[in-house]
Design a protein around this ligand. Structure first.
Ligand code: GLU
Length: 476
């Protein structure tokens, strides 16, 4: 990954995208101003003893919009965290939730540290202290603001947050809903870890199912055989790659990571590559692929491919490298990987950009399912699984009796399976991504002056939020 460049700030890019969409929404200026602005910005500093020294840690929580509550969004641990970055990410969360009909306002948190420089014990101290600061100012709670994982955090940090919250709020029966992305054993949900990557895959697959959009770019229908380059093998990039290869029959031909890049037009087995990286600590030297040194790693993004998946950080594709991109589709798995100026060049070239605020919304969608599970205090599928299984079984028996034939044991098990939590989560996610993609595409087709999916996505989201405000009577 390259360091974010200073060309156009990330926040400015998000604002530019908003401003491009705003005139198509039919909403008045005052209302648009309210929808655009960040409602609450909480910047904090707190001391944590690391070894024998005290470090003063800088951290943020931004609640972008309170039009629906709770507010929702991940917490990022990164040395690049700044107030502007967290504001940009919180803003995106509001529109992301609206697009996939998740009834939350947007928020985001950031702790300005390099998490890889700390031991788990030190990270636990920082996480618990950060959570305490949020509790003190009423910036966390199942009905207030619900964090989740983001860059540099995962289920381990979410478990610490939940445990800290529970310690302070022991009578809150819904305490588990104060954070999502928790381990399954600690009130998490099956499928949350893969959710963003799986959502990215479903989004790409849906885009590839539109003949007109494929043929106009010289591609065939469907995902099978399509080539993909991925930037970033973190949670999102690695799940996207694995699911694209195993379920979509796509060919991963390039990978870029911190230590360097790889390219092999014949294909890179992503499962083997992830094992190789686990064993050697690096992707470099993976058999059969051309390696790119650390300083040239972004050159991988400029290689020939059907789909480029930036799954790392923001501001990766700018006016500098956009002219060299050869991909026909860019699938924004990361938040804000293309600057608004970089995008102009890509759209000019006819690249189909599947925007972040839709494409990586699988994470928050499954977070919503987890929050619902926490509030209902029951896992999904518990009530209906056996009932459905027994009904399907009776149906198979009836078919066997009337047709005087036997259905094999294996087939019976597949057909008569009641849905587990993971089946329901995946099905809810698939439904969400398919429906939302088509909603965005239809907005684009309906409004002749809109020619890209991002603007269409922003328009749909702004209109939904606007109608919430109007229904509340805030802007009569
Ligand atoms: N951090 C993720 C995002 O950017 C997930 C947020 C959530 O689950 O609340 O969408």
């Amino acid at each position: 990954m390259t360091e974010p460049t200073a060309q156009v700030s990330f926040y400015q890019s998000v604002i530019n995208y908003f401003d491009k969409a705003a005139p198509h929404t039919g909403l008045h200026k005052g209302l648009l101003g309210q929808i655009k602005t960040c409602n609450s910005v909480y910047r904090m500093h707190f001391p944590v003893k690391i070894g024998s020294e005290y470090q003063v840690i800088e951290a943020y929580r931004v609640q972008h919009s309170h039009h629906r509550l709770p507010t929702k969004g991940g917490i990022r641990y990164s040395i690049h965290v700044s107030q502007e970055e967290v504001m940009a990410l919180a803003t995106l969360m509001t529109f992301k939730c609206a697009i996939v009909n998740v009834p939350f306002g947007g928020a985001k948190g950031g702790v300005k540290i390099n998490p890889w420089e700390y031991t788990p014990g030190q990270l636990e101290k920082i996480t618990r202290r950060y959570t305490t600061e949020l509790i003190k100012r009423n910036f966390i709670g199942p009905s207030i603001d619900v964090p989740a994982p983001d860059y540099g955090t995962g289920s381990r940090e979410m478990a610490w947050i939940y445990d800290t919250y529970r310690t302070f709020k022991e009578n809150d029966i819904d305490a588990a809903g104060c954070v999502t992305g928790k381990p399954v054993t600690q009130h998490g949900i099956w499928g949350r870890d893969e959710a963003t990557g799986r959502g990215v895959y479903y989004g790409i697959r849906e885009a590839c199912n539109h003949k007109e959009d494929m043929t106009s770019r010289g591609m065939s229908l469907g995902t099978s055989g399509k080539t993909m380059i991925i930037q970033g093998l973190g949670n999102v990039g690695s799940f996207t790659g694995r699911i694209a290869q195993s379920e979509g029959d796509m060919k991963i031909i390039g990978v870029s990571e911190m230590e360097g890049g790889l390219y092999n037009p014949k294909g890179i087995d992503i499962f083997k590559l992830l094992d190789y990286r686990r064993e050697t600590g690096s992707i470099l030297g993976f058999p059969g692929a051309k390696s790119f040194e650390k300083k040239d790693r972004t050159k991988v993004l400029e290689q020939e491919c059907d789909i480029l998946v930036p799954a790392a950080l923001e501001n990766q594709i700018t006016t500098e490298n956009a002219p060299n991109i050869k991909a026909k589709i860019i699938a924004e798995a990361a938040n804000g990987p293309i600057t608004s100026k970089g995008e102009e060049i890509l759209l000019e070239k006819g690249v189909l950009i599947i925007p972040d605020l839709f494409l990586n919304a699988g994470g928050v969608t499954v977070s919503y399912f987890e929050w619902l599970k926490n509030l209902s205090h029951m896992r999904f599928g518990r009530m209906e699984k056996r009932f459905n299984q027994n009904t399907y079984d009776s149906l198979i028996n009836l078919i066997e009796d009337t047709t005087k034939s036997t259905i094999g044991e294996r087939e019976r098990r597949v057909i008569a399976k009641g849905a587990d939590e993971i089946d329901l989560v995946r099905s809810g996610l698939e439904e969400t991504m398919i429906t939302s993609y088509n909603e965005i595409r239809e907005t684009m087709k309906r409004k002749k002056k809109i020619t890209d999916l991002r603007t269409a996505a922003f328009v749909g989201a702004i209109q939904k939020i606007g109608s919430d405000y109007l229904n509340m009577g805030v802007f009569p």
